[in-house]
Write a protein that binds this ligand. Structure first.
Ligand SMILES: [Zn+2]
Length: 303
């Protein structure tokens, strides 16, 4: 068995969950998506007798997949079923919008903290190939990245990125800013992990959490025409599905409070990058309120 089962809400600890969706992974609806998305790399045998399920906590509304791959399975998913080579090329040959988005994100950090980059120590948790770290480094910040994929770690190190191998073994070092871009939807124990990260923040440090937005997922999966896509409940990968409310709730339980969401984010309302003209500024101002109350890219400080 490559799977484990999560019966308890990771956020509030409740055992009362409502089943929103329950299909075998080998059901054609799910299987066709997986076979296509992972280019027939998944061994069907591994998924047989296990379900793609979505449940919602009756207490806090958090939605998650109870059947998740165990560490051996996760290893297979992220190292074999997902092509590292393609993922790397996607970053290497990305559109300018990706890099300019990173530049705006890292520029913002010094303004938020009101310090010079040279006085700011950053951790990028789940850094992938290290491109965000490289950008932060170019701005003069002190920056380190954490990552589980050995191939990505080696690549980042070759590009001069400092790597933290185990976030529970960082000693006395504390960070002014922690970035977690598209990480918390993938991990088994999100609140537990967030608590560790909060412990690594300096007193006035800021943490940025960005996850796919699961708003509307519940009604979407109940529709007759629903089929799996690469969204907030992507089978096997996006095992935790957050909305603004549940992300805020998890952050609150980890001792975080949201800070005023900044205007000049690297990404606009719909995740597209924008130019600094008047129109985009107005959009970003509106987006600021959107992000605070509906968004799932949020900035927090320790309370
Ligand atoms: Zn809950």
């Amino acid at each position: 068995m490559m799977f484990e089962y999560r019966s308890i809400c990771d956020i509030c600890g409740s055992e009362q969950a409502e089943i929103l969706l329950s299909l075998h992974f080998t059901d054609p609806l799910v299987w066709n998506f997986l076979a296509n998305y992972y280019e027939n790399k998944i061994d069907r045998q591994v998924l047989i007798d296990t379900k793609y399920e979505l449940v919602k906590c009756r207490q806090c509304g958090f939605i998650w997949q109870p059947y998740i791959l165990n560490s051996e399975g996760m290893d297979m998913l992220y190292n074999q079923w997902i092509s590292a080579e393609q993922s790397k090329i996607k970053k290497q040959e990305a559109d300018i919008a990706l890099y300019s988005g990173y530049a705006r994100q890292v520029e913002l950090i010094a303004y938020l903290l009101k310090k010079k980059p040279s006085n700011i120590d950053i951790l990028d948790f789940g850094m992938g190939w290290g491109y965000w770290c490289m950008m932060a480094k170019a701005f003069g910040y002190k920056v380190a990245g954490a990552e589980i994929s050995l191939e990505r770690i080696a690549y980042a190190q070759n590009n001069g990125v400092e790597v933290i191998e185990d976030i529970t073994q960082v000693g006395e070092r504390r960070f002014d800013f922690i970035n977690a871009e598209q990480v918390f939807e993938h991990i088994n124990q999100p609140l537990y992990t967030l608590n560790i990260l909060v412990g690594l923040l300096k007193k006035d440090g800021i943490i940025r959490l960005s996850v796919p937005n699961g708003q509307g997922i519940e009604s979407a999966v109940k529709k007759v025409k629903w089929r799996p896509i690469h969204d907030a409940v992507h089978p096997l990968e996006h095992i935790n599905c957050f909305t603004n409310k549940t992300l805020m709730r998890m952050a609150g339980l980890a001792g975080l409070v949201p800070i005023q969401q900044p205007h000049m984010l690297g990404q606009g309302l719909l995740g597209k990058s924008y130019n600094r003209n008047l129109k985009s500024w107005v959009t970003s101002l509106g987006g600021k309120y959107y992000r605070r109350y509906w968004g799932t890219t949020l900035y927090f400080q320790r309370s």
